[in-house]
Write a protein that binds this ligand. Structure first.
Ligand code: GAR
Length: 207
C-alpha cells in the first residue's frame, strides 16, 4: 500500500493557496502528500470553510486565546502530533513562528511569499504590503517564492521561484491577483509535491 506524507496547512485568511493545494490533490499534481489538517490563527477565516467543504479537519488556534507565543506554539505542536503530521505548509499564514517551533521541523516547513526573495521580504512584508512596496520601488518584474522556514523570517533555503511582469497601471490588488494566478498557485503545489516525495522516500514509502 502506498502511504503519503501527512500535511498540515497553516492559514490566516481567504485561503486561495490552500484551495490550490486542495485542487492539486484532486488533479494529481500533489500525489505524494495528503492534507490532514488546516489550522488558522484567525477565527472565521474563509480558509477554514474551504477545509470543511473538502472534509479536511479544521482548527482555530489564536495567540490571544492561548495567552502567549509559547502556549500558541505548544498547541500547534499538539495538533501536529495528534494528526501525525510530517510536513507543514504555510499558505498565507500571517504569524511569525519562533525558533522553538521551527527547530522541531527542520526542512519540514515551507512558506509561499509573494515576491522574489530577497526582494520585499522579512518582517512587515506580508500580503498586500509586499505588492505596495514592489510598486512604490518601481520594479518591472516581481513574482513568488516558496522556501523552507527556519528561525529567520523569509530567510530559509529557496525551493522554487516564478517571475511575474508588473504592468502599467497596476494597483497592489491587481498585482497581487496576477502574482497569485501566475506564480503562487502554480509553484506552491509543485513545491509541496517535491517535499512530500522526498519525505516518502526517506520513510521508505517509495524507492
Ligand atoms: C498570499 O499572497 C501569500 O503569498 C501571502 O498572503 C496571501 C494569502 O492569500 N503571504 C504572505 O505575505 C506571507 N509573508 P490566501 O489566503 O488567499 O492564500
Amino acid at each position: 500500500m502506498l502511504t503519503k506524507a501527512n500535511i498540515a496547512v497553516l492559514v490566516s485568511g481567504g485561503g486561495t493557496n490552500l484551495q490550490a493545494l486542495i485542487d492539486a490533490q484532486s488533479n494529481g499534481v500533489l500525489k505524494s502528500g495528503e492534507i490532514k489538517a488546516v489550522i488558522s490563527n484567525r477565527a472565521g477565516a474563509y480558509a477554514l470553510t474551504r477545509a470543511e467543504k473538502n472534509g479536511i479537519p479544521a482548527f482555530t488556534v489564536t495567540k490571544k486565546e492561548c495567552g502567549s507565543q509559547q502556549a500558541f506554539e505548544e498547541r500547534l505542536t499538539e495538533i501536529m502530533k495528534e494528526n501525525k503530521i510530517d510536513f507543514i505548509v504555510l499558505a498565507g499564514f500571517m504569524s511569525i513562528l519562533s525558533e522553538n517551533f521551527t527547530a522541531q521541523f527542520p526542512s519540514r516547513i515551507i512558506n509561499v511569499h509573494p515576491s522574489l526573495i530577497p526582494s520585499f521580504c522579512g518582517k512587515g512584508f506580508y500580503g498586500l504590503h509586499v505588492h505596495e512596496a514592489a510598486l512604490s520601488y518601481g520594479v518591472k518584474v516581481t513574482g513568488a517564492t516558496v522556501h523552507f522556514v527556519n528561525e529567520v523570517c523569509d530567510g530559509g533555503k529557496i525551493i522554487m521561484q516564478k517571475a511575474v511582469e508588473v504592468e502599467d497601471g497596476d494597483t497592489p490588488e491587481i498585482l497581487q491577483k496576477r502574482v497569485m494566478e501566475q506564480a503562487e498557485w502554480i509553484i506552491l503545489p509543485q513545491a509541496a509535491e517535491k517535499v512530500s516525495e522526498k519525505i516518502c522516500r526517506q520513510k521508505g514509502f517509495i524507492s
